[in-house]
Design a protein around this ligand. Sequence first.
Ligand code: ZN
Length: 71
Amino acid sequence: MAPRGARGKPFRACRKCKSLIPKNAVRCPVCGSTDISDDWDGIVIVIDVEKSEIAKKLEITKPGRYAIKVR
Ligand SMILES: [Zn+2]
């Protein structure tokens, strides 16, 4: 298993909405927050918010790519 940490991850995660954003982004394109973390785990891709149980659980309201856990 790869070691934990920010190294090697192509994305950063927004602490506010859990959206995964490109590493060089300084602001979350989904919610506009600048509270962005390199320390996250798990990727979930939500296509249909209405039908996705995980989207409800994570309180995701827009389709996209999200982290399951953000620290
Ligand atoms: Zn966000």
